[in-house]
Design a protein around this ligand. Structure first.
Ligand SMILES: Nc1nc2c(ncn2[C@@H]2O[C@H](COP(=O)(O)OP(=O)(O)OP(=O)(O)O)[C@@H](O)[C@H]2O)c(=O)[nH]1
Ligand SMILES: [Mg+2]
Length: 354
């Protein structure tokens, strides 16, 4: 999973990126994109590790990419956004950082701190970026359907879909509202439209509000959160043993890093299944709702091809019964077939034959 951190200039994107990934871009590289991979914390693996003392423990990962700020006040700034569109289109989830802190030494965008105004400006620009692509496509398809061609029927259907997209965007609605069936999803998929991606808003607040105030997700956003990126980055720089005391002092229950990772997971509708054994204990991120055979395919295509059954135990049942032997004795180990919908925390042992 790849998450793009985007926003207006000086909203604190690189600071949030540092708080999340422990990677601080050099001051001289502020106009470049930065990429870092973080491990998704999963306390369940600790228990499994104690049971098996495996050679390897593998956590799920998320890639974060820090996109330089773009001003929407002039053509040059908007050009700046265009430059980074391919990376943003290639991401799965968007993290919009909105400034909500006073800091006289850092000029605020348009010289005022206005989180609602900034967010709506940002949102409009994202919608506009998609609208440009959709409009181009509509124009091309309108010409194409007037000529005989092998793809005529397909072009006509795509045109209808794209026209509906155009209407939605012009009304300020994201393209996520335009996906009603598999064909819509397939037609839109190759464009990497920004407004089809789940998006999270991070309000970057002053230090005295670092404890996080409840914030409602604005319409069409998956969720919103308030945090102080600057403080979180400083805490993240501390030795792990010293962090807890600081977090408590600042009334922060969960560090920004963990909050952001969890939000991205939730926005993508991801869960994790687990595998365990003496070689490796591992968390596997999957989309909620996928069947066991597809989950097996994430491990290796052979496991999907030769799938026989998934020996399954829920993590909580394993903990309650002590270990796999205990779980078996208590009748908690189930034999599930190809279509079984994998649940968060399921520990799977795929039986297969190729
Ligand atoms: N007071 C305060 N200052 C912050 C906070 N977050 C970031 N800053 C400061 O704001 C300045 C800009 O932060 P960056 O993280 O570089 O902002 P950015 O959004 O990456 O900026 P661009 O990439 O240039 O658009 C830095 O001097 C930060 O120290 C915050 O939560 N509170
Ligand atoms: Mg930056």
């Amino acid at each position: 999973m790849k998450a793009a951190i985007i926003g207006l200039p000086f909203s604190g994107k690189s600071t949030l990126f540092a708080a999340t990934t422990s990677h601080r871009p050099d001051p001289g590289e502020m106009t470049q994109e930065h990429l870092a991979v973080v491990h998704v914390p999963d306390a369940r693996l600790d228990f499994l590790t104690k049971l098996y003392n495996p050679k390897k423990v593998t956590l799920a990962t998320i890639e974060f990419v820090d996109i330089p700020g773009f001003s929407l006040a002039d053509a040059q700034g908007r050009q700046q956004l265009r430059k980074h569109l391919p990376t943003i289109r290639n991401s799965d989830v968007l993290v919009l950082v909105v400034r909500d802190f006073e800091n006289p030494s850092v000029p605020a965008y348009r010289n005022r701190v206005d989180r609602a105004g900034d967010l709506s400006e940002l949102r409009d620009e994202i919608i506009f970026a998609d609208l440009e692509v959709v409009t181009n496509r509509v124009e091309k398809l309108e010409k194409a359907v007037h000529k005989p061609s092998k793809t005529h029927d397909q072009d006509k259907r795509e045109l209808a879909i794209m026209q509906a997209c155009q209407v939605a965007l012009e009304a300020g609605k994201p393209l996520s509202t335009c996906v009603h069936n598999e064909e819509d999803a397939r037609v839109l998929a190759s464009f990497g439209f920004l407004t089809e991606k789940p998006a999270i808003v991070v309000y970057n607040v002053d230090e005295d509000r670092a404890g996080g105030e409840p914030v409602e997700a604005p319409e069409h956003f998956h969720s919103a959160v308030a945090l102080c990126a600057d403080l979180e980055a400083q805490i993240n720089d501390l030795e792990p043993a010293d962090r807890a005391a600081f977090l408590e002092d600042m009334n922060i229950t969960t560090p920004a890093r963990d909050v952001l990772i969890q939000r991205c997971f939730d926005a993508m509708n991801y869960i994790s299944f687990l595998t365990m054994g003496p070689d490796e204990v591992r968390a596997w991120p999957i989309q909620r709702g996928i069947p066991a055979v597809e989950a097996a395919g994430k491990i290796h295509s052979d496991l999907a091809r030769g799938f026989i059954r998934a020996e399954t135990v829920a993590y909580d049942d394993l903990v309650a019964t002590g270990d796999l032997k205990g779980a078996k004795a208590a009748g908690k180990v189930r034999q599930e077939g190809k279509t079984y919908i994998v649940q968060d925390g399921d520990i799977l042992n795929i039986k297969f034959n190729v």
